[in-house]
Design a protein around this ligand. Sequence first.
Ligand code: 5GP
Length: 111
Amino acid sequence: MAYDKNNIFFKIIHKEVPSEIIIEGKYFIVIKDIKPKASVHVLVIPKGEYTDYGDFIERASSEEIFDFNKGIQLAIEKLQLKKGGYRLISNCGDFGEQEVPHMHVHVLGNG
Ligand code: 5GP
């Protein structure tokens, strides 16, 4: 699947659409999910144009992949999820029922 810039996360990354940004790094942003499924529900989104997890791992640079994963850990620390535990989810393909075709990882917890 080719990357299509006409998606909501592309617009959020480029500040064309507002969002509640929790952390912004060189290669990623962390935003609050608009329809939270837990008391803490954020999305870690790479700034680069990748459709899903596999596309990101195959095409992103080592620096982007490292920075993105550090971003997940920074979110876990900032939202104080270490003690109570958390879920990391990346939906992909038919089974995953991915809604937004720009790579992202959900972080869910009780905070
Ligand atoms: P997925 O693509 O992994 O199925 O889910 C996309 C997620 O993005 C959903 O949990 C949905 O609530 C969230 N989402 C969709 N549109 C927006 C938006 O405009 N702003 C924010 N902050 N989250 C959104």
